[in-house]
Design a protein around this ligand. Structure first.
Ligand code: BTN
Length: 237
């Protein structure tokens, strides 16, 4: 059973994931949630930066020894999608693993990071970082046509952050039907995709999600593979 979370709010911070890591190092009690309006050094996956000007940027730190970040990440995507639907009333789709899309554009990215205990060397907690382009209407040129915003419909950052936290804590506590809920929102299943592995690009069709959140694909040569990390690109043909 996960206890109720402590919330920390910031107008501007370097990165809520970094702040969560620092505070975990200071020994705060978990779960804890770090919420900001702006990040000066927002991080995305694969070392990319994450545009963080005026949306909702939050990190939920949870004590866990869970190593399987794919299912954790998939669960977080479902929880955030359901929270947005409940609070704002729009349906967002999930692009494997955990990008949320609305109207053909990415409106939310999720970055899960594990924290290792210095003494034991074991994973002691995870940080689930969520960036939502809430009420963001202008993006840098490089993100034009790729990133989109969602209007909050009067819902405050605080309220949405609380709703998301409650759902994530509930989902991680009892992940019932999570794969079915994930599949229902997938914008990838049945689509032609491409992915990269060891420097080679593969063309494939996305078939299914396996019980641990992996993406089952059929390659062009008819072989099947299960992707458990990395990124896929949707092909428009
Ligand atoms: C991605 O799409 O590549 C993941 C983006 C994750 C961004 C969030 S915003 C809150 C948290 N703090 C960060 O520095 N990154 C995550």
């Amino acid at each position: 059973m996960i206890n109720s979370a402590d919330f920390y709010y910031y107008k501007t911070i370097d990165s809520t994931n970094s702040e969560a890591r620092r505070k975990i190092g200071e020994g705060i009690s978990l779960p804890a949630v770090f919420v900001a309006e702006k990040q000066t050094d927002g991080r995305g996956r694969r070392g990319r930066s994450f545009f963080s000007e005026g949306g909702l940027y939050m990190s939920i730190a949870i004590a866990t020894s869970e190593k399987d970040t794919v299912i954790l990440t998939a669960s977080a995507a479902v929880a955030v999608a359901e929270a947005i639907e409940e609070a704002i009333g729009i349906t967002v789709g999930i692009k494997w693993v955990n990008d949320l899309y609305f109207d053909g554009k990415k409106v939310c990215g999720i970055l899960c990071e594990a924290v290792t205990d210095k003494e034991s060397g074991r994973i002691s907690s995870v940080i689930i970082g969520i960036g939502i382009n809430l009420n963001v209407t202008e993006f840098p040129e490089a993100l034009e046509g790729i990133a989109g915003g969602i209007a909050s419909d009067g819902i405050s950052r605080k309220k949405l952050a609380e709703e998301i936290t409650e759902r994530i804590v509930t989902v991680l506590d009892a992940p019932s039907d999570i794969i079915e809920r994930y599949k229902k929102r997938s914008i990838v299943l049945g689509r032609d995709i491409s992915y990269e592995k060891n420097g080679t690009t593969y063309l494939a069709k996305a078939l299914d999600i396996d019980p641990s959140g992996g993406l089952i694909v059929q390659n062009e040569d008819g072989t099947r593979a299960i992707l458990s990390s990395g990124e896929i690109t949707l092909r428009i043909i």
